[in-house]
Ligand binder design. Structure first.
Ligand code: GFB
Length: 320
């Protein structure tokens, strides 16, 4: 039996990234990962968070803070008020508990969508998070997450903590939320198209013009980066770290998605009455490549194939 070196709390433990970390936790046997899910602790409640972390059973050396109220473009357009208020409470409560119970090192998850929508230059790097306002479509979520970056930096300065903000781009993969209404683009379309495939005259409609650019990161790749940054100490500073892969357009991505679902691309229709959201939010992964030059990203084609296989195998139990 190993002597456990560190106990690591993972909030959002049942989510897209939390589940991908659960799938690889065995690769770090000298550490104990504890996966918190919604029913363990309502993180937006200060009382619930203090009760949970005050228990002698819930003492941790590190935290991987993934829990957030998240959704795709159309959910953000509908609920900017809740996206700000819920996420700001979750982050404030988690950081308060970290300080009170001595959790000195952690990974805190931001997102490339919090970046300026009209930046001074592309690609954007880690220094540009606060350069100018985010896209109006998700300003609630974006400002809550921008405050998380401010709070982590202030805790590091004031208390000598090592809170590292990681900045993924659009994530997708197994264990995602496949809600057609509130999901992100890949799971939402995958679920909608799967249903249309079952019909005789299925309609394969994509929202918007397909012109926006996006970078997609396979969640299992992101899970590996998070664990390595937290545990291998190669990343020897506490500055934010962008985690991304190549850029594509929504049109190109949907073409690859259709292929992975055996849907002919000339069946695709575009509903341009629906919003495109932000047109371009390209971020730069030079820093990540400097620290992890050997990291191999999963290609969009392989990631989509693996995700669709998981989707079909888990139809009865997946979140939607
Ligand atoms: O992943 P998504 O919903 O959010 O992608 P964002 C939206 C893009 O996909 C827009 C197009 O260009 C949409 O026009 N799209 C096409 C669709 N069909 C669909 C569809 O059926 N559903 C959806 N959802 N989109 C998110 C933020 O922005 O970025 C989140 O809202 C998160 O907070 C994420 O941080 C990283 O990429 O626009």
């Amino acid at each position: 039996r190993f002597f456990i070196i560190m106990r690591i709390a993972v909030t959002g433990g049942n989510g897209l990234v939390g589940s991908s970390i659960k799938a690889i936790a065995h690769q770090y046997p000298e550490h104990e990962f504890v996966f918190l899910k919604r029913s363990d602790c309502e993180l937006a409640s200060r009382m619930a968070v203090m009760t949970f972390f005050s228990s002698a059973y819930n003492r941790f050396d590190c935290i991987i803070h993934l829990a957030a109220k998240v959704g795709g473009l159309f959910m953000n357009l509908d609920s900017n008020v809740e996206m700000f208020s819920e996420n700001i409470k979750i982050n404030e409560n988690i950081l308060f508990a970290c300080k009170k119970y001595g959790i000195k090192r952690g990974i805190f998850c931001l997102s490339s969508c919090i970046y300026p929508c009209n930046p001074s230059r592309f690609p954007m790097d880690e220094s540009m998070i606060h350069e100018s306002p985010p896209h109006p479509s998700n300003e609630g979520y974006a400002y809550a997450k921008r405050m998380l970056e401010v709070q982590c930096r202030q805790h590091n300065k004031a208390y000598g903590t090592e809170y590292i903000c990681v900045v993924p781009v659009n994530l997708y993969g197994p264990y995602d939320n496949f809600s057609i209404k509130n999901g992100h683009v890949i799971p939402a379309i995958m679920n909608r198209f799967h249903g249309e495939k079952a019909k005789k005259d299925g309609k394969f409609t994509v929202y918007g013009t397909g012109r926006p650019y996006r970078q997609f990161l396979y969640a299992p790749d992101f899970a590996k980066i998070i664990c390595d940054v937290l545990l291998d100490k190669k990343y020897d500073n506490t500055e934010p770290l962008i985690c991304c892969n190549d850029e594509t357009t929504i049109k190109e991505m949907v073409g690859t998605l259709a292929e992975s679902m055996d849907i002919s691309v000339d069946k695709l229709e575009w509903d341009t009455s629906k919003s495109d959201g932000c047109m371009k939010k390209t971020v730069d992964n030079s820093k990540l490549c400097k620290y992890y030059p050997e990291f191999k990203f999963t290609s969009l084609q392989d990631g989509l194939k693996e995700t669709y296989k998981w989707f079909c195998d888990n139809r009865e139990t997946l979140r939607q």
